[in-house]
Design a protein around this ligand. Structure first.
Ligand SMILES: Nc1ncnc2c1ncn2[C@@H]1O[C@H](COP(=O)(O)OP(=O)(O)OP(=O)(O)O)[C@@H](O)[C@H]1O
Length: 280
């Protein structure tokens, strides 16, 4: 169980997350959603102790997140980032093997069992055929699957994904969605993901946390309770149609308005003006 208690955070005095209370039980599949700049990635950084809360706490069973060592945190949580900060010259198989280091005491070369683990993760993420390629030459979607494989090799109880499937084609997105469900519902991992994909969140998640543009909690709960037309309008300032059936929830965006010569500011489509809706 991870607990956020009255969590608050500001950048340069500009408040972002405020009074956030949240309990994340083991085995949760929580999707964090909200407009650009609402604090989703910041929340993930606070969760893994890379940022220190200015108010409140982020509590893991082992202690406050920002007080845990990097090694301890790497044994608890594997992160799939949006992208690599720098292009990597490593071969794919070696990058994935880096996920092993949180579990190994010495800097010894990986053994046979380690490489089996690496190859299994490569297969699960459908990047086995890329094992010998250089990371710097991968496409965006290929690299995202390689980074997911690295996270699997880390064998942590918790996975954090920051828009980790944003560059996948439809086929790979479905495949990774199934893999995430298997990891969570079949293998008991806790998954906390940031996503802009309302439909994937609706199908996959146990719970959704929807933030407002100002970084406050608009709604938290099961997808059906959170992903309502009203909440989506308040968060993003867009109109959607919700098709709710017994075993599925589909969110259909209304067609884009035709451009009729108005300026963007007059169209009022910015998420920052969430709640105002479209004036066009
Ligand atoms: N190091 C920083 N210093 C100052 N401001 C920052 C810093 N990092 C992020 N911000 C600002 O804080 C806000 C929240 O950023 P964050 O990356 O958490 O948003 P997000 O919800 O993940 O957005 P997106 O959907 O665009 O990925 C943004 O306005 C961003 O510009």
């Amino acid at each position: 169980m991870i607990r956020l208690q009255a969590l608050g955070f500001s950048y340069n005095g500009r408040p972002l997350l405020r009074q956030l209370d949240l309990a994340i039980p083991a085995g949760d599949l929580l999707t964090v959603m909200g407009p650009n700049g609402s604090g989703k990635s910041t929340l993930l950084r606070l969760l893994r102790g890379r940022l220190q809360p200015q108010q409140g706490q982020v509590l893991w069973p082992e202690g406050e997140a920002h007080r845990l060592s990097r090694l301890r945190m790497a044994q608890l949580v594997a992160v799939v980032p949006q992208q690599l900060e720098q292009p990597f010259g490593f071969p794919v198989r070696e990058l994935v093997a880096m996920g092993l280091y949180a579990r190994r005491r010495a800097l010894a070369a990986p053994g046979r069992r380690d490489w089996l683990l690496v190859d299994e993760a490569l297969q699960r993420c459908d990047v086995g055929h890329l094992a010998g390629r250089t990371c710097a030459r991968l496409s965006g979607g290929e690299l995202q699957r390689v980074l997911l494989a690295r996270a699997l090799v880390q064998q942590t109880p918790v996975l954090l994904l920051d828009e980790a499937t944003s560059q996948l084609d439809m086929g790979h997105r479905d495949r990774v969605a199934l893999l995430l469900q298997q990891l969570c519902y079949g293998e008991g991992k806790t998954i906390i993901q940031v996503s802009h994909d309302l439909n994937a969140a609706a199908q996959l998640s146990r719970r959704v946390l929807l933030l407002s543009a100002a970084g406050q909690v608009l709604a938290l709960g099961e997808p059906r309770q959170v992903l309502t037309a009203e909440n989506i309008r308040r968060a993003y300032g867009v109109e959607v149609e919700i098709l709710a059936e017994a075993d599925s929830l589909r969110i259909l965006p209304r067609p884009l308005p035709a451009w009729s010569g108005q300026s963007l500011s007059a169209a009022g489509t910015q998420a920052g003006s969430a709640g105002a809706g479209r004036s066009a």
